[in-house]
Design a protein around this ligand. Structure first.
Ligand code: WTA
Length: 638
């Protein structure tokens, strides 16, 4: 008997559950929700209207997500490892936090937050490396009902500052520094730069990791360790979780769109919890006692949902890794799999392709026989990478789940279920129960039947979907619910093959997916344009063997330094300062002009074709203001 009553057991079972979830969603989710810990039961399961848009699940239900992730496991899983932590440097000792340990540490840190003035509803910005204290900080926020907003350690001071202004977060939790491969990132130093002009920030809690020298401002900056000592002397062991409403915000996570600044996606307590738990248990077919390893960073949604909330709410053992796949060498993942006898590995196609490129010698001699299930997330997985993952890592015996979802969806929406529903290389295959995909064709009609393609939308809400964009509900509406009436629009193109399986073909908007990181072309252009000397720029994606998509920038540059390596480096430096190194263009081509329509709009379609090396498919260029610029750009192509 599985310990998850709602774990799908066969293809028939999937078909039945799916049918029920669509025909009687309230009954379906009400039953699943009853397996969680509530302070007070909900009054209404679902209340929605995509026009406003308004989405509410389990209205008036009261709970605390950490009681579901921690307290409820203390009876039978107190000594089960909750977080197993592998450090960046393989020579350093690993750490294991059992459910009891994690509970205790979260309670302690909740006291620290409280002592420092954090209250329910306050926004807390977390900028830390991948150490257990990051999980502790996230859960401690949730325990007191504060809204966490984790910022990925690779983002620049300017990006942090933008996010701080948007959330008006008065509290920051950070580290002195972080290790990432051979690099040491001075996190607190970056925060100090970010804070110039953010005088609303009241407190910064700094956790020691790298012993990098830092500047601590009196009255504002405190050390994590000192604050913990104070709690110890106060003798406070437990911290009663603060009751939250089902629909209270749990966190804000920023993600890129096709226009404007990154959006603060808001997820709420109950629906998100149930969705991450349900999808974790079903997609990976997790069995109690298994070792589960998700290689994502907690700065992204995958880390939130599938390192922290999904696994911990399910009482699973979640392996957390501080380092990168290629340091000290490209065998690092396989060493970890062998060391901890990992059963389930969840990673990104970009990591798979990069390890594949290093060659099979890094796998040789590593015992990977513990692996039962493999997962892929973040971008389409090409067939070559799929087959390598399947044969070299899974030895042909571990099903691969290709999980399609987004920051906005909270958790997986389309995926096969490991060993339960069939897999198909490069297909995410079938929707999870509760998910109703539709494809909208060029004529704005819903594509019927199979062997069709269109823009991927959802017809009805699922519990884990985001509820708003922080501080800008109108942007939420226009971004996702205004393209097609009464539908959630994902921004992805998709096809449904003759078997009814879904294959995601990539973004149809101006959003790139670079090494699994989502980033808007407009954002990169804005950053490039900040460089003095840059007059104008246009950014498009192009196929990249390892990264999936590379960043190609066409730049009009004024002045004597145009067209040389130095200027390229300077522009890259500017982008790193404004956004972060992840947004650095792979190619910068200096041009004297950009292809524009008579009304002045840049024809990106043409630039995209040039960057993709498809110059025979440029299409009609006669509507351009000056068609000769196209020839010049083609000549100068990198
Ligand atoms: C893409 C990451 C193909 C897609 C969880 C989506 C995928 C964007 C897949 C969301 C997949 C994610 N197959 N494409 N299995 N998973 N994507 O918000 O374009 O960082 O819209 O969430 O990644 O990226 P995000």
């Amino acid at each position: 008997m599985s310990s998850y009553p709602y774990q799908i057991k066969s293809l028939d079972d999937y078909n039945q559950q799916y049918k029920r979830s669509v025909e009687a969603p309230e009954e379906f989710w009400g039953e699943i929700a009853s397996h969680f810990t509530w302070r007070k039961k909900w009054n209404k399961i679902l209340n929605w209207d995509f026009r406003t848009p308004q989405i509410k699940w389990f209205e008036e239900g009261k709970l605390n997500i950490t009681e579901n992730c921690l307290d409820r496991h203390l009876a039978d899983k107190a000594n089960v490892p909750a977080i197993v932590w592998e450090p960046n440097n393989p020579e350093e000792h690993h750490r294991v936090l059992t459910y009891k340990d994690l509970y205790f540490k979260v309670c302690q840190f909740a006291h620290v937050l409280k002592n420092n003035g954090v209250e329910k509803g306050d926004r807390v910005c977390i900028y830390m490396g991948m150490i257990p204290e990051l999980v502790i900080a996230v859960l401690a926020c949730a325990r007191i009902g504060a809204i966490h907003t984790v910022v990925f350690g690779g983002f620049s001071a300017k990006s942090i500052s933008d996010r701080l202004h948007d959330t008006r977060a008065e509290f920051i939790i950070t580290c002195d520094g972080a290790y990432r491969g051979a690099k040491e990132i001075p996190l607190k130093g970056v925060i100090d730069d970010a804070l110039i002009g953010c005088d609303f920030v009241k407190k910064i809690i700094v956790c020691t990791r790298t012993h990098t020298p830092v500047s601590m401002i009196k009255g504002r900056d405190v050390w994590w360790e000192d604050e913990i000592k104070k709690v110890e002397t106060q003798g406070n062991a437990d911290f009663t979780a603060v009751e939250t409403d089902a629909e209270d915000p749990l966190f804000i996570l920023y993600t890129s769109g096709s226009t404007g600044k990154p959006k603060g996606v808001v997820h709420t307590c109950a629906g998100y919890m149930i969705w991450t738990n349900y999808t974790f248990v079903n997609v990976f077919q997790y069995q109690p006692g298994q070792m589960y390893f998700c290689t994502a960073d907690i700065g992204w949604i995958t880390g939130h949902s599938y390192i922290i909330y999904g696994p911990l709410s399910a009482g699973a053992t979640s392996l957390m890794f501080e380092g990168i796949p290629t340091w000290p060498d490209a065998g690092r993942f396989w060493e970890i799999v062998e060391k901890y006898k990992v059963n389930i590995l969840y990673t990104a196609p970009t990591a798979i392709r990069s390890l594949m490129a290093y060659g099979d010698m890094y796998i040789e001699g590593k015992d990977l026989s513990s692996l039962k299930v493999l997962g892929s997330v973040g971008e389409p997985i090409n067939e070559e990478a799929w087959h390598w993952y399947n044969s070299k890592i899974g030895k042909g015996e571990a099903p691969i789940v290709d999980t399609w979802w987004q920051t906005e969806t909270g958790g997986i929406l389309i995926s096969n279920l490991a060993g339960i529903t069939p897999s198909k290389p490069s297909f995410a295959t079938l929707p999870l129960p509760g998910v109703q995909p539709v494809l909208i064709d060029d004529k704005l009609n819903e594509a019927q039947g199979n062997d069709v393609k269109g823009n991927l939308c959802m017809k009805a809400p699922w519990p884990g979907m985001c509820r708003t964009i922080y501080g800008d509900h109108e942007r939420f509406r226009t971004n996702y619910f205004s393209t097609y009436e009464n539908l959630y629009f994902s921004g992805d193109g998709c096809l449904r093959d003759i078997d009814g399986d879904y294959r995601i073909t990539g973004r149809v908007d101006d959003v790139l997916n670079v090494s699994g990181h989502r980033i808007g072309t407009a954002e990169i252009e804005n950053a490039i344009n900040m460089h003095e000397g840059v007059m104008e720029s246009a950014v498009v994606g192009y196929p990249h063997d390892i990264k999936g998509q590379g960043i190609y920038a066409f730049v009009i540059y004024q002045g004597s330094h145009g067209n040389n390596e130095m200027t390229r480096k300077d522009i890259n430096e500017t982008v790193t300062k404004i956004i972060g190194a992840i947004a650095k263009p792979d190619k910068i081509q200096f041009v004297s002009n950009l292809p524009k329509t008579r009304s002045g709009k840049i024809m990106r379609r043409i630039l995209r074709k040039i960057a993709e090396n498809e110059i025979n498919a440029l299409g009609d260029t006669t509507t351009l203001l000056d068609p000769t610029v196209v020839d010049e750009i083609i000549k100068g192509k990198l």
